[in-house]
Design a protein around this ligand. Structure first.
Ligand SMILES: [Zn+2]
Length: 541
């Protein structure tokens, strides 16, 4: 049984407890609220309870059903007195029985707290001095959350407002720490994703995907604040927050997650604290630094998706280059006064990048940032929200993602346009990641040793990273060491018409690099099949 009822009669807790007995239940918890003889320094003689019954019963039944569902208990019941009560009378009784005591305790507490907050019941206290007054302070205690339940015409006129006289009851609880104050601390709330999980595009599988996702938010400003809040609210498992700045008062009109009292504090640390408060499920990690060429790859590397919320172009292009190299998706947005744009770069899907549109990195200072040009708070708010939306669509594999298009919105005129963008053949950045080209002929060659290759007139280039060389040195004293990124980007170190053999660890990167160099006109570039691992194997046999 899961019932709530009102009673005009004296309550008998022992009889009520009997109604919850069940051989399958090992735990039973109950709460009793008693009428006490004082309130706010006034002596109370007796009191009256009144309820708006149709509404009260409906809401109370909802609470009972919630308790059963949330805590998995077997039975719960609640009876509330109405009419005249004397000091010491039992005013409200709650009981819950469950397989184990833990659930019974939690459900019992949940029911009494929710009944006090949500069910429209009023109390009139009669004082020793002949005075009387209607009180209903549970609703004062939580007016914002439960205001809808407290619409009684009698309330405004007669309700005595005070935040100290919340208790009509002393309490006799089966939970010692409760101490008779059933509202001391509300039940510990847990994140609830039901409103988004109800979407067929999300569901439990989508929620699990979000939980397993790691997103790097670069910049905790006007764009970053809505981005991180929505991602944390959605239950993204890990959110990295990069910002080296401290909060300034002039930030607050657009960075509304922060407080004036926080001015001077690190924004990344503040943001991480806010996100943890918003959703304790989220692993929010603050990185109080400015992104640069030394730290970007490590940070990007440990996340699945990057969201650029910076307002400077050097960081945007740095992020672009790193993400293209590591094949990580990145969502860019830029805002200028009332206008902004959104671009999603998918190196993992061979999409266009920032440099495909702007081959020369736009110099900082060429376009004003918020500090110089001025901005209305909601403008970055809109674009940050769009970034969060695109991020969730991407993480959930939803349809309708912004593909190879630049979305431009003028919020002053409310005009929206989309510009198709294409991967530029000349783009230096993702040239090395082209994958759909037909393989050139004779790219891969085999040698027993690098000396053999050199004897055939090939210049050996080891394209591995320095770290890899330390672990396994190149088996030839003559090999030149030019890491792949350096070989493919920037001025070419290769002589036109030269013959080269590229070597890497396994032969995969050298094949891609050789293919790329062939496409740039170096006709005699080859890749060593199997890389140095294969050479090592051959030298043993
Ligand atoms: Zn590009």
């Amino acid at each position: 049984m899961n019932t709530f009822r009102f009673s005009h009669e004296t309550l008998d807790p022992a009889a009520l407890a009997q109604t919850l007995r069940d051989p399958a239940c090992g735990g039973y918890a109950s709460f009793e609220g008693w009428v006490r003889n004082h309130n706010e320094g006034l002596e109370v003689n007796h009191l009256e309870y009144e309820a708006f019954e149709p509404l009260a019963l409906k809401e109370a039944e909802r609470i009972m059903a919630e308790a059963v569902q949330r805590f998995g208990i077997e039975h719960a019941a609640c009876v509330h007195r109405i009419g005249n009560l004397a000091i010491g009378d039992l005013a409200v009784w709650v009981g819950a029985s469950a397989r184990h005591r833990h659930e019974a305790f939690l459900a019992c507490r949940y029911i009494i707290d929710e009944v006090k907050h949500r069910v429209p019941i009023w109390k009139k206290e009669h004082y020793q001095n002949g005075d009387s007054g209607w009180v209903n302070c549970e609703r004062c205690a939580a007016p914002s959350e439960h205001a809808s339940a407290a619409n009684s015409p009698s309330q405004d006129a007669e309700h005595r407002h005070s935040h100290d006289h919340r208790h009509e009851h002393g309490a006799h609880a089966h939970r010692p720490e409760h101490g008779g104050h059933h509202h001391d601390s509300p039940p510990k709330a847990v994140p609830d994703y039901s409103r988004q999980m109800a979407l067929k595009e999300v569901g439990p599988a989508g929620q699990a995907k979000l939980r397993a996702s790691r997103v790097l938010v670069v910049g905790c400003g006007g764009l970053g604040v809505p981005v991180m809040q929505y991602l944390a609210g959605a239950g993204v498992g890990r959110i990295g927050l990069v910002d080296g700045d401290r909060l300034e008062a002039s930030n607050l009109h657009r960075q509304t997650m922060f407080a004036l009292a926080d001015v001077g504090e690190s924004k990344a640390i503040l943001a991480a604290e806010r996100l943890r408060a918003l959703n304790p499920d989220v692993d929010a990690r603050a990185h109080t630094l400015r992104l640069n060429a030394d730290n970007a790859a490590d940070l990007v590397g440990e996340h699945d998706l990057v969201i650029d919320c910076t307002d400077n172009f050097s960081t945007k292009f740095l992020l672009n280059d790193v993400c293209v190299r590591l094949r990580k998706p990145v969502i860019f947005s830029s805002v200028y006064q009332y206008e902004g744009q959104l671009q999603v770069v998918r190196p993992d899907r061979g999409g266009a990048c920032l440099r495909c549109i702007w081959p020369e990195a736009t110099r900082d200072g060429l376009v004003g940032n918020c500090a110089e040009a001025g901005v209305l708070g909601p403008v970055p708010g809109v674009f940050g929200t769009l970034q969060a939306l695109e991020a969730l669509k991407m993480l959930l594999d939803m349809p309708g993602q912004l593909g190879n298009q630049l979305l431009v919105i003028d919020l002053l005129t409310l005009s929206i346009s989309r510009v198709n963008i294409r991967r530029a053949e000349s783009c230096p950045d993702h040239a090395s990641t082209r994958v759909q080209r037909a393989p050139a002929a004779n790219l891969e060659v085999e040698f027993d040793s690098l000396d053999d290759a050199e004897a055939r007139g090939l210049t050996v280039i080891d394209i591995r990273e320095a770290r890899e060389l330390e672990e396994m040195p190149a088996p030839s004293g003559n090999a030149r060491h030019i890491p792949m990124a350096q070989l493919l980007h920037g001025p070419s170190p290769l002589a036109a018409g030269g013959k080269y053999l590229l070597v890497c660890g396994s032969g995969r990167r050298s094949l891609a690099a050789a293919e790329e160099l062939r496409s740039r006109g170096f006709g005699d570039v080859y890749s060593l099949r199997g890389g140095v691992a294969e050479l090592a194997r051959r030298s043993l046999t």
